[in-house]
Design a protein around this ligand. Sequence first.
Ligand code: BG6
Length: 278
Amino acid sequence: MVEVKRLPNGFEYLEVTNNIASAKIALQGAHIFSYKTDLENLWVSSIANYEDGKAIRGGIPICWPVFGKPVYSQLNQHGFARNRMWELVNSKEEDDMTILTLRLRDTRDEHFDYKCELNVTFNIGNELEIELTTKNLDSRAFKITQALHTYFAVSNISEISITGLENKPYFDQRDAAHKIQKSALTIDAEVDRIYQNTDNTITIHDSNKTTSITNLNSKSVIVWNPWIDKSLNMDDLNNEGYKNFICIESANALDDFVLLQSAKSHSLKIKIDFINIV
Ligand code: BG6
């Protein structure tokens, strides 16, 4: 079942239910902010904003047509797709799977003045699959960077480990230095890194769950957690909130930008498999 729901302030989202999973997707940003199988798999801040023009702190914001705040662009951090209204253009319902496609009609901006089509398809079932497709309808080529900025719910940030990034180079956004990841990643401080030349699969190991993330057409992965001091300055995150999420963002960033020629398309695709350990 797919229903359109509205919060008292008019904020609209799609509520999806099938035999296996349920999900909530805000029309602003095509932003999935709940995906439940047995348990909730995505993290959302308890004081997140659900209102026009503000991205929800949690779930999976879509960063497009830029990831971060690149020096070559005057666009806002993470672009405008996460703050604009998308519309549902296709849905297919089976007993164990719901497939929804949303489209951003308004893909132009004074700092990104190209004609293109931007679609995102969600496959909601035993796994969560997301495909973000940009098609160039302009006569000129253009460049994008982008990310599916997933906030994964974890039991305790200090106790997880992340594998699949070993021996990968990364750009540390905290001190603007290039480094190499030596072993499995554990987190005990603020982390804001753009891993480069990544392989397809990354795994989060938690006490009650193993999460496997498979990326297609993407060679960059951002790992972000604001830790204590940064959290204090964020008005949509409470002071303890950082303990229960890790952002692992499937991206095309830095040198892994996408140069899209006229009439060509590019799809950034992720498949996430959450396996609860009982
Ligand atoms: C990450 C960036 O992707 O997103 C961080 O690497 C940034 O630098 C974080 O702080 C959150 O960004 P925002 O715009 O959603 O607050």
